[in-house]
Write a protein that binds this ligand. Sequence first.
Ligand code: MAN
Length: 556
Amino acid sequence: MPISQFLTAPFKYHKLQTNPLPPTVAKFYKSPSTFTCISNPSLTLPLTHLNDDYCDCPDGSDEPGTAACAHLSPLSPPSPAQHQNPAARFNETLALPGFYCKNKGHIPLYIPFSNVNDGICDYEVCCDGSDEWAGVGGVKCEDRCAKIGKEWRKQDEERKKSLGAANKRRRELMEVAGRLRREVEDRIKTLGAQIQGQEVKVASLETELAGVERSERGRVVKGPGKGGKVAVLASLAKGRVGELAESLGRVRGEREAARERVRELEQILATFKEERNPNFNDEGVKRAVKAWEDYAARDKGPDSDPALDRDLDEILKSDAENGLNWEDFETTEESDVEVLYKFEEYLPKPVRDWVDQKLRDLRVTLIENGVLAAPHSDAGESKAVQDARQQLESAKKDLENDRKELTSHQEDLQKEYGPDNIFRALKDQCIDKDSGEYTYSFCWLGQTTQKSKKGGGHTNMGNFVRIEKVTVDEDVPPDGKGLGSGERYSLVYENGQHCWNGPNRSTRLILACAEKDEIWKIVEQEKCVYRMEVGTPAVCESAAASSKAPAAKDEL
Ligand code: MAN
């Protein structure tokens, strides 16, 4: 029996000691007398039943070196993940995940029991050829672990170097992502303060506008166009001002003449009183002298008021001397209101302010009490109201814009940006790849597109909607450009261009660690449903955390 070559009664125990058994289960085979099924301790067998090519234990543990319990094994060969993590193949049925190839000089791996002694050298898993220990059909498998192990270590070295560079790049991306997030947070703070200030400003401009509108309601002159009524008014005013100035000059001259005559008469009467003969007892003269004395004793105030005279001097100066150019008003391009402001400037300031204010207040009161009709609405707004309104509108607009920006930043902070926010650093960067008759591209958190090499526009293959995690189990090609096994980040793009007789186009990106961003593979899984395998440093450390490193290497 070939099996006896592997395990014969006289040195069963010794053979089991040296037989390649995983260190985790070797202890179960150390008993010198009997063997107890690992997962079924109620079943005890004589040692002759071990590796006797007959499956006694329900968990297959009595046949660690033959294919007798292979029917208990999973039909498929161990996956890369199961190679990397042998524990993954232990389940309730099997005590051992497979035949243990110690592979000295390389990495110990499990091979399905069904592959043991099947006449084929499975060097990919059992580089030491131990799976064909029985020499079935004369097959002898040499030990190639030294060569395969050396090649593997070389590649592993390169993989590690590449992983080191990828992790470095990832750390850089993390820094950028962190900085971008902090910028958003800072901007939110700044906007918060800015918005508070703007709210105060808007409130004050609203009050100001209301004040200006109220005040403007008291204005009288309002022409439909520039210079219309004001020009007429200016020309009337010019004539009237001229007449008044002339009259004032004349009255002032007459006043001076009258004063002179009064002085003359007073002088005559004073002389008359001094020089009369008191011995003439003339009653008429006595009464006249008494009346003069009474008149002279009365306080008649100052002869003239110098301040008033100076004002009159100013008023009586010519228009040119006053700097008043009527032509400016008669031909002005400015609005009536502006002109009136200027017109008022030519009145003495205290008078101008007082008159202006009183008149406005009076008009406003009359309008508010329904005594005076409000100015016609079709007359348009005054420049003062327009300016106040414009300032208010502009402040409101700034406030609105800042509020919108704040909301968008706040929403942005709630968005999912992947592990450590890493995709924030890549957002909107795009990667292309030619595949078949198309050039495909994806933009991080943006859009995926397809463009025919024969020309034409881009076809939208989906817009980014969310990040998910998916489990993959695939071989990694020698160049390392493959998804491998484990949990992977996936970016889902949906609602692309509608597909004739099909759905809206959609794309799923599945990401694996790589030194640089690169589309490895594109497949149209079903009509208008695409899948892209993408390498990127963005998921490296998380990838390392989710898929285990090759197991048991230190057991060599
Ligand atoms: C285009 C491409 C293909 C897609 C067909 C569906 O040719 O977008 O990927 O399968 O349209 O009609």
